[in-house]
Design a protein around this ligand. Structure first.
Ligand code: DAT
Ligand code: MG
Length: 150
């Protein structure tokens, strides 16, 4: 595939607050292409694996309880610079510092309920996509690339 991919997850608070459509809309209207999507209730073990890099942090247990507390919408988005630009669309980790106009800046208040995850590098994106998606669950299709890219 021509462009990079990132892993985006709408966390249980985002799903339960009914923000799935709002969040998908922001990535879609930007021009990124949705190539994988599913809803699932993560196990505690899956949450711990997903956030393994943070296992020494004091908030790790709370974070894994939160992430496994309900349904999550897991997605793969594709596009030029989607890892970095996806993080820009999401906004700063702590919603108190997220710029208005970003997903977190507009839609949430607390760091422990910040509604969305996005991969922070192309390497972590690859690992997270492999963790959450089988190859057969990611779809290739043309989309509107000829109108989005020069
Ligand atoms: P991000 O989700 O922006 O990539 P991260 O990878 O540093 O942020 O941390 C993962 C999640 O852990 C984050 O979305 C919310 C939680 N978290 C991070 N820092 C925290 C803190 N200081 N206190 C409580 N929760 C925190
Ligand atoms: Mg992170």
């Amino acid at each position: 595939t021509k462009f990079e991919r990132t892993f985006i997850a709408i966390k249980p608070d985002g799903v339960n607050r009914g923000l799935v459509g709002e969040i998908i809309c922001r990535f879609e209207r930007k021009g990124f292409k949705l190539v994988g999507i599913k809803i699932l209730h993560p196990t505690k073990a899956q949450a711990e694996e997903h956030y393994a890099d943070l296992s020494t942090k004091p908030f790790f247990a709370g974070l894994c309880n939160y992430f496994s507390s309900g349904a999550v919408v897991a997605m793969v988005w594709e596009g030029k610079g989607v890892v970095k630009t996806g993080r820009t669309l999401i906004g700063a980790t702590n919603p108190a510092e997220s710029t208005p106009g970003t997903i977190r800046g507009d839609l949430c208040i607390e760091v422990g309920r910040n509604i969305i995850h996005g991969s922070d590098s192309t390497d972590s994106a690859k690992a997270e996509i492999t963790l959450w998606f089988k190859d057969s669950e990611v779809a290739e299709y043309q989309g509107n690339q000829t109108w989005v890219y020069e």
